[in-house]
Design a protein around this ligand. Structure first.
Ligand code: DSN
Length: 488
C-alpha cells in the first residue's frame, strides 16, 4: 500500500491488496460467528448505497481500518510513553510516540496526547488537566507534595473544596455547542458551575461582545470554544483575548473541524491550536481517522494532560493509537489539503443549493463543513424530516436549532455535513443535486394527524418519492464509489 491510498485516487492500486485482506479477514470471522461476518458485509453495502450526510462521520482509508484489526488490541499499556505499569510495552511506545509526533507536526502543537478513546474522554482529560494545573499545582506546593500521588486524603478533601467551586463557560447545546461543554445532564455540567453563551437571535452568529460580557460577569476558570452544530468559523484569537481578560484557560474542542485545521482551510485566527491553551479533538470526523480522541496542549498544560491515565483513562487502545498514527500521516499528505478545501467548498454548494430552492438555513449559510436546515419551513419536525429522508436513502441526523420550538428530542433542524461524501469524490455539482433531492423529499412529506393535532413523529411521504430519490442518488453514488475496486 502506498502513501497515496486516497480513497478516490484513480488507479486504486491498493484495492486488490485490500480486497484480499478483507476477504481473508471475513473468512476467519465467518468460521467463528457467521452473523458478524454477514453484518460486516451488509454494513459496507449499506454505506455504499446511501447518501451519508451525517456531519460527524466519514470513511477512513483501508490503511486506517486495517491497522485497527491487529494484536495491538491485546496489549495493556497503562502509563505514558517509556513509563508503563505493564511489561513489554516497547512496541506500544513506538506507536504512541508516532501518533503524538504526527499530531504535533500536523497541528504545530508543542505537545500531543494520543490516548483518549473518544472526544468525551479527550475533554475529560483536558478538564482535569486544567484543574490540576490551575488549582492543584499551587495546592501541591503549599502541601509540599511533588505530585497528586503524594496527597493524603485530607489534602484531597481540601482540594475538592476548591475544585467544586470552579466555573466553566461554553457554547449552549441548542446553539451548536456539545454535551461536554457544560450541558447540565453531562458530567461537565455537574463537575463545574456552568453557564452558556449562545448566538445572536437575529443572525445566528456568535456575538463576541456578548461572550466577553458573560465572561466578565461569570469569571470562568475555563472558557470552552468549539461546536458540533454551528455552521460558521470561529475567531479563536478573539476567544483567547476574552479568556485572557478574565484569567480563564481557553479550551477549544475542534472535534468537528479538525480536518479543516489539518488541511489548512482554517488558518490564522481560525486555527485554534496557536490560540488555545488546550485543544481537543476526535480523530474520526473531518480528520478521517479511526474512532478516538486526541489532546493538544501548551508546555504549561502538557504535564497534567500526560497524566490522563490514571486520572481519567485506563489502558489505552493501542490498536487505535496505531490507526491514529496512520491517519495523521495521511493528513500530512498534500492530497489532504485538497480534500479539506473540497469539504468546505462542497458545504457551500450544498447550502447554496438549499437556499436557491427556498429553504431556510441557520445563519443563512455556512463557511465550514456543515449546514443546519430549519425544517419548520416545510411544516415538519426534525424527527419527521430525518425519518422521511432515511426512507429515501439520505442519512442525516436531526438537530436542535436556536430557540427550538420542538425541543431536543423532536427538534426543528437537520444537520448535514460534507466530509463523508467528499471522500467519495462528490463535488459542487453533486452536492447541488443532493440539495435538490433533499428538498424533493421534504416538500413531499406531511405530518400525520395525532389525537391532539399534527404528530411530531409520524409523517407520510408521498408515493413514489422515495423510489425516485433512491434511483437518482444511486446514479451519483455509482459514479463516486466508496472504496473503489474493493470487492469482498
Ligand atoms: N456525536 C457527535 C456529533 O454527531 O456531533 C459529537 O459527539
Amino acid at each position: 500500500m502506498t502513501a497515496d491510498s486516497s480513497l478516490t485516487a484513480p488507479g486504486v492500486e491498493y484495492a486488490a491488496t485490500a480486497s484480499e485482506a478483507y476477504r481473508a479477514a471475513l473468512a476467519v470471522i465467518e468460521s467463528v460467528e457467521p452473523r458478524i461476518a454477514a453484518a460486516t458485509r451488509k454494513e459496507l453495502a449499506d454505506q455504499r448505497d446511501s447518501l451519508k450526510l451525517i456531519a460527524s462521520e466519514n470513511y477512513a482509508s483501508p490503511a486506517v481500518l486495517l491497522t485497527m484489526g491487529t494484536w495491538f488490541s491485546d496489549k495493556y499499556a497503562e502509563g505514558t510513553i517509556g513509563h508503563r505499569f505493564y511489561a513489554a510495552c516497547q512496541n506500544v511506545d513506538t506507536v504512541e510516540a508516532l501518533a503524538a509526533e504526527h499530531a504535533r507536526e500536523l497541528f504545530g502543537a508543542p505537545y500531543a496526547y494520543a490516548q483518549p478513546h473518544s472526544g468525551i474522554d479527550a475533554n475529560l482529560v483536558a478538564y482535569w488537566a486544567i484543574l490540576a494545573t490551575r488549582i492543584e499545582a499551587p495546592g501541591l506546593a503549599e502541601l509540599g507534595a511533588k505530585n497528586v500521588n503524594d496527597l493524603s486524603e485530607q489534602d484531597w478533601e481540601a482540594l475538592r473544596a476548591k475544585l467544586g467551586n470552579q466555573r466553566l463557560l461554553g457554547m449552549s447545546l441548542e446553539t451548536g455547542g456539545h454535551l461536554t461543554h457544560g450541558f447540565r445532564p453531562n458530567v461537565s455540567g455537574k463537575m463545574f458551575h456552568q453557564r452558556s453563551y449562545g448566538t445572536d437571535p437575529e443572525t445566528g452568529l456568535i456575538d463576541y461582545a456578548a461572550v466577553a460580557a458573560a465572561a466578565r460577569e461569570f469569571k470562568p476558570l475555563i472558557l470552552v470554544a468549539g461546536y458540533s452544530a454551528y455552521p460558521r468559523r470561529v475567531n479563536f484569537a478573539t476567544m483567547r483575548e476574552i479568556a485572557d481578560e478574565v484569567g480563564a484557560t481557553l479550551l477549544v474542542d475542534m472535534a468537528h473541524f479538525a480536518g479543516l485545521v489539518a488541511g489548512k482551510v482554517f488558518t490564522g485566527d481560525e486555527d485554534p491550536v496557536p490560540h488555545a491553551h488546550v485543544t481537543t479533538t476526535t480523530t474520526h470526523k473531518s480528520l478521517r481517522g479511526p474512532r478516538g480522541g486526541l489532546v493538544l496542549a501548551t508546555e504549561e498544560y502538557a504535564p497534567a494532560v500526560d497524566k490522563g491515565c490514571p486520572m481519567v483513562l485506563g489502558g489505552p487502545l493501542s490498536h487505535v493509537m496505531a490507526a491514529k498514527a496512520v491517519a495523521l500521516a495521511e493528513a500530512r499528505q498534500p492530497a489532504f489539503r485538497e480534500y479539506a478545501q473540497a469539504v468546505a467548498d462542497n458545504a457551500k454548494a450544498l447550502a447554496d443549493g438549499f437556499l436557491k430552492r427556498g429553504a431556510r438555513l441557520v445563519t443563512g449559510g455556512t463557511d465550514n463543513h456543515l449546514v443546519l436546515l430549519d425544517v419548520t419551513s416545510f411544516g415538519l419536525t426534525g424527527r419527521q424530516a430525518e425519518s422521511a429522508l432515511l426512507d429515501a436513502g439520505v442519512v442525516t441526523n436531526r438537530n436542535s436549532i436556536p430557540a427550538d420550538p420542538n425541543g431536543a428530542w423532536y427538534t426543528s433542524g437537520i444537520r448535514f455535513g460534507t466530509p463523508a461524501l467528499t471522500t467519495r469524490g462528490f463535488g459542487a455539482a453533486e452536492f447541488d443535486r443532493v440539495a435538490e433531492l433533499v428538498v424533493d423529499v421534504l416538500k413531499n412529506t406531511e405530518p400525520a394527524a395525532a389525537s391532539n393535532g399534527p404528530s411530531k413523529a409520524k409523517y407520510t411521504l408521498a408515493d413514489g418519492v422515495a423510489d425516485r430519490v433512491h434511483a437518482a442518488s444511486a446514479e451519483i453514488l455509482a459514479a463516486n464509489p466508496l472504496y473503489p475496486g474493493l470487492t469482498l
